[in-house]
Ligand binder design. Structure first.
Ligand code: ITT
Length: 186
């Protein structure tokens, strides 16, 4: 049975492909632009995107929505991470955080999967860390240069190899939960 991942973000696609390949699962990536609804809940956004993707492609599909939640900014940018990254970017986040001692933040990933005739199934993962004082590293994508995971050694995600990031990231956790479920149900 084919497994199709719908995303326009190739950084995400590479991470998910590498994670699932290591578990013996191959995916097809389709870059379909979906309507991202406005909501404070990543779960709701990914569920709606998944239903839309299923409607367009008519085959089993999964989508993933992620966001960076900064404690001192009351969870901003959260579900609006994509827009905030495109508008103010890492430099803008660092500016908002200038002089702040509390730099705690977390990434959350929500995967939504739909098979014909079944309700959407959801999986999620969280990675806690801190916002760095300056951007570091050239790997990864998005906010990776300014996020230092707690489980790491002080490097940002952008200073890690993809396998190192995947081992501790929000997306790694969500994908492994998804893969476990797939193996039980296939
Ligand atoms: P699709 O919806 O097409 O999958 P997108 O880039 O719009 O792609 P999201 O709505 O999930 O995806 O966007 C969340 C944004 O948060 C994304 O554009 C990145 O800037 C950022 N982001 C998500 N996961 C990240 C990660 O692991 N590392 C760094 N930044 C991340």
């Amino acid at each position: 049975m084919g497994l199709t991942f719908v995303t326009t973000n190739m950084g995400k696609a590479n991470e998910v492909r590498s994670l699932l390949r290591a578990l013996g699962i191959e995916i097809d990536v389709r870059a379909v632009k979906l309507t991202e609804i406005q909501s404070d809940s990543l779960e709701e956004i990914s569920m709606r995107s998944c239903e839309e993707a299923y409607g367009v492609l008519g085959e089993p599909v999964f989508v993933e929505d992620a966001g960076l939640f900064i404690e001192r900014l009351n969870g901003f940018p959260g579900p609006y991470s994509s827009y905030v990254y495109r508008t103010i970017g890492n430099a803008g986040i660092l500016k908002l955080m200038a002089g702040e001692e509390n730099r705690v933040a977390y990434f959350k990933s929500c995967i939504a999967y739909k098979l014909s005739g079944k309700p959407v199934k959801m999986f999620s993962g969280v990675c806690v860390g801190r916002i760095s004082h300056e951007p570091r590293g050239s790997g990864g994508f998005g906010f990776d240069p300014i996020f230092m995971p707690e489980e790491g050694d002080g490097r940002t995600f952008a200073e890690m190899e993809i396998e190192e990031k995947n081992a501790i990231s929000h997306r790694g956790k969500a994908v492994r939960a998804f893969a476990e479920w797939l193996k039980l149900t296939r």
